[in-house]
Design a binder for this molecule. Structure first.
Ligand code: UDP
Length: 454
């Protein structure tokens, strides 16, 4: 790091929409602190965001590194994990060294998504300070950092498999969460063990970090009195800065991987206020199975309410025969939507969501009531907070068509109370106080970083 005029900050997100988006938002925030942000993504993502709404015009550079993955083959959690550990490090090392030697400024810091923890070791090799980035709730982060405690008390075995099941099995320090909410419990037992190994490796690496920027806000109601500029855990883990929700820095701009179908906005304009169900399972969730898609489709139809459903080609295979023709007037099915603009629309009355963290924060920002249909990873944790802590949504009681119909009915019946709480939460998180708290957190990190490097 040579020059102090306009230092670069290199940001390494996990290569998925729900990670690149908040990292781009963080880049925008750091830009206003005098840094030149460079976001590193693998080739297969770089091609998709070439014409992204966030980029050069905002002073943000996206750079590509080879992943070694064949795009004609399926790309999933495991192939990406392999590429991150085996193929990408050497290329990142070259880029950081080159940027650090640039005439017009060196690299002040590498900010590494903890789901891409491989890059921490690269930053260390390059002798550049590294900060972690946690794109989800702090409650989920604490699940990862309490892995040793959970093993010690026998809640899980050394492979991460729960030894006690059920709602009553609360996790250390988290009376709301149980062993059913652990984020690595996805797929069959081999998949769960493999994901657990991934998180163990992340846990080992994050202990070396000095700072962690979390895309979140004080999540509970009773802990508001604490000073959230930074939190030092009782153990020797990084200092945590709650800088979220970062969605406030990007407005409606989105580094979208797919083209948005904007015709749904015109369609919404024709609907009555509060009447429409918006359905989306985010960008990444694997299919819930054709049977459940079928039930979901029938349930939406049974509500007799207008709906917009973001549905990918794989999911479409589960639609009932003749469905598209039957719901032609009632529903609009699209492949990718301008989600935040949709959520701002007054016609949306109920958001049926998988409870992805970005989607949850966008819903809070837009004050919407939620019908929760968590599928995997941290979505169960987010769902608990939506339903039990913030009271801005209800959870589906099953996955049959009647459960969908019943869930929508419950949201619509309780919509006034939920809306009131949603607006309160929005004020707490996005109002003046919440915004200055998040801004002060980021400033505190930048000051700490500058003190440590200059
Ligand atoms: N999103 C979008 N259009 C869509 C569906 C999703 O722009 O049709 C965006 C959404 O606004 C959010 C992101 O994709 O910012 C999904 O992130 P999230 O963390 O909610 O879920 P994930 O995709 O990671 O499961």
């Amino acid at each position: 790091m040579k020059c102090i005029e306009r230092p670069k900050v290199v940001l390494v997100p996990y290569p998925a929409q729900g990670h690149v988006t908040p990292m781009a938002q963080l880049a925008l925030a750091l830009r206003s602190h005098g840094f030149d942000p460079v976001i590193i993504v693998p080739d297969f993502i770089h091609r998709r965001i070439m014409s992204s709404q966030i980029g050069q015009d905002d002073g943000i550079v996206f750079m590509s590194i080879p992943s070694g993955l064949d795009e004609n083959e399926p790309i999933n959690f495991f192939t990406i994990a392999f590429a991150m550990e085996s193929n990408m490090p050497i290329h990142l090392e070259h880029i950081i060294s080159r940027l650090d030697d640039d005439e017009d400024g060196g690299v002040a810091c590498v900010i590494v998504d903890l789901v891409a923890s491989w890059a921490i070791e690269v930053a260390n090799r390059c002798g550049v300070p590294a900060a972690g980035f946690w794109p989800a709730m702090l409650a989920t982060y604490h699940l990862i950092t309490s892995i040793p405690d959970m093993i010690n008390v026998g809640l899980i075995d050394e492979f991460g498999i729960p030894q006690h099941q059920g709602e009553g099995c609360f996790l250390p320090g988290q009376s709301l969460l149980s062993t059913t909410d652990l984020p690595w419990l996805v797929g069959d037992s081999a998949s769960q063990k493999s994901r657990f190994t991934f998180w163990l490796r992340t846990f080992d690496r994050l202990r070396a970090l000095q700072w962690l920027l979390a895309n979140t806000f004080p999540e509970g109601y009773d802990d508001q009195k604490q000073n959230y500029h930074s939190i030092k855990s009782t153990q020797d883990y990084p200092l945590i800065f709650q800088v979220g929700p970062l969605t406030r820095y990007s407005g409606n701009k989105n580094p979208s991987f797919w083209e948005e179908d904007r015709s749904c906005l015109d369609w919404l304009d024709k609907q009555k206020p509060g009447s429409v169900i918006y359905v989306s399972f985010g960008s990444w969730v694997g299919t819930i199975g054709e049977e459940k898609v079928n039930e979901l489709a029938l349930g939406l139809e049974a509500t007799r309410r207008p709906f917009i459903w973001v549905i990918s080609p794989t999911w479409r295979k589960g639609l009932p025969m003749g469905y598209l023709e039957r719901v032609a007037k009632q529903g609009k099915l699209v492949s990718w939507a301008p989600q935040k603009e949709l959520l701002q629309h007054e016609a949306i009355g109920c958001y049926l969501t998988h409870c992805g963290w970005n989607s949850t924060m966008e819903a809070i920002e837009c004050g919407k009531s939620l019908l929760c249909y968590p599928v995997s990873g941290d979505q169960f944790v987010n769902c608990k907070y939506i339903v039990k802590v913030w009271g801005i949504g209800v959870e589906m009681q099953g996955d049959g068509w009647r459960d969908v119909e019943e869930g929508v009915k419950r949201v619509m019946e309780e919509v006034e109370e939920m809306q009131e709480r949603a607006l309160e939460l929005k004020e707490r998180v996005f109002g003046d106080k919440g915004s200055s708290r998040a801004a002060a957190s980021l400033t505190a990190f930048v000051s700490d970083l500058c003190r440590s490097i200059y």
